[in-house]
Design a protein around this ligand. Structure first.
Ligand code: CA2
Length: 150
């Protein structure tokens, strides 16, 4: 019997639903739907499946992470501004046993000082930042490698 594909939960936090509409000099002109499509294609290429959730609510993201504990093998997350203060998302990810990749379209380290701290980084397997939307593809490739090593 064919083995079913391992599943990656792709999470995007607040305001990322507006990608492509404002601040193109920072976030580019590509929409979130385009980034999800690129990540899904990259996953298909390496035999993984992607489910995508965008929410402007930290509780919805926490609930999605809890559910993923029994349904998904890895999480890719761009937490948006929650990156910098959402300890609830930190704690939820700490309870997830698979690989967690943190993605940022921009490079927060080169921006305002309040963006320099990530409360997500300590519970992530790794962080990809500053490569624009290609970061989502890189994150899927990182997940594929980490799941292979398991
Ligand atoms: O670079 C990233 O991916 C960020 O996670 C994006 C967050 C920001 O708070 C983080 O520091 C870095 C903000 C996403 C807001 O996206 C918008 C898109 C279009 C228009 C307005 C906001």
């Amino acid at each position: 019997m064919a083995k079913s594909a391992k599943r990656v939960l792709l999470l995007n936090g607040p305001n990322l639903n507006l990608l492509g509409e404002r601040e193109p000099e920072i976030y580019g002109t590509t929409t979130l739907a385009d980034h999800v499509a690129s990540a899904t294609q990259a996953a298909t290429d390496v035999g993984l499946a992607v489910d995508s959730v965008q929410s402007n609510s930290s509780s919805e993201l926490v609930n999605a992470i809890h559910a993923a504990r029994t349904t998904h093998d890895a999480i890719v997350i761009n937490p948006g501004a929650f990156t910098h203060y959402a300890w609830s998302i930190h704690d939820a990810l700490a309870a997830f046993s698979g690989p967690v990749i943190e993605v940022h379209i921009s490079n927060p380290s080169t921006r305002e000082s309040w963006r320099h701290e990530s409360v997500i980084a300590p519970v992530a397997s790794g962080t990809i930042a500053g490569f624009g939307g290609f970061g989502y593809v890189l994150a899927i490739q990182a997940v594929a490698r980490l799941l292979q090593d398991k």
